[in-house]
Write a protein that binds this ligand. Sequence first.
Ligand code: CP3
Length: 342
Amino acid sequence: MKSTFLNAINQCNEEHIPVWFMRQAGRYLPEYMELKDKHSFKTRTHTPDLMTEISLQPLRRYPLDAAIMFSDILTPLEFMGAEFDFSSGGPKLQNAGESTLRNIQPLNTDDMAFVYEGIGKIKEQIGEKPLIGFVGAPFTLASYIVEGGTSKEFSKVKHFLFSNEKEFSKAMQTLASSVGHYLKAQMQAGVDAVQIFDSWVGFLNQDMYEKHILPHMQELIGIAREGGKPIILYSQPSSHLLTSFAKLQTDAISIDWRVRLDEVAETLDKVGYKGSFQGNLDPVATTLNWEDAKFYVEDVLSRAKKANILNRYIFNVGHGVIPTTKFETIEKIVEHVHSFRN
Ligand code: CP3
């Protein structure tokens, strides 16, 4: 396989350091803004041709090493009894709360046929470049269902877990099995790797994570493994959970920007982690002019070098790029990362 991205996931990349950006599809490109004005978020995520166009837009501009399909972690929830409205900025759930989570239904993965069709179309047009599929992890999905949107403290979802472990676990089981099968179906439809987004699980401490979340993550990953494609785990801010993440034996872990990459590599090495690393750039660096952004890019690259992980490192941001990301800076970052090793 000639893909530097897949080679890095397989810990054997000898060529340039691969780079892609979380949330590279959508948000900051002018050509995306045009489509955003014309079509609702629901139309953009449910129409295979629009999904294809938006996924490919960043690859037309930059020599990125992977595409990520344009969709959302909340999209499957509409078929499970929790349909989010995206029309006013952040996602909102009308009937949010514990009872909606308690009544969450298993996903019939056939309901996601429009996504598989989009994956097929992207693969037809993308050439040799790998395509990344994704899901939200059970705790992060549960937090959206109970809180109704993004939250500051995640106190409602944590209240449910702390006060009713049994019922919480039952809902987590449904979510884990549903997204596990959905990942497997994405793999069968043609994605080359997947990423599991557990954006908010860092609001739990490590004991709670190991007791109440880890078993469901193992279940999810066990099902997805049947699809045979590499799995990346993403979470932030969650450096206190990294040694627990290592137990999941994913092919790669995406690291946020709050920690030093070389120190993380050392910590994970000590607990026997054998996988690859991704991420670590503060997304705010992408909003700077290149002259100012360079320092932050160099810092991440030099730490990857110091940790001796260049053959198993994928450059990325520590969380998604933001609407104020400068597309000229993204171009320079890609150029710089690609030339670092040569
Ligand atoms: O480019 C890509 O990465 C692919 C598409 C993608 C989207 N959302 C499109 C989107 C991916 C991978 C996601 C993941 C996602 N969605 C996460 C996990 C990553 C993270 O940020 O922690 C989460 C928590 C969500 C939930 C979600 N969806 C939020 C909080 C929001 C609104 C706020 C925001 O970040 O803009 C969305 C809407 C959303 N999903 C947009 C896009 C491009 C913006 C809405 C729009 O363009 O109309």
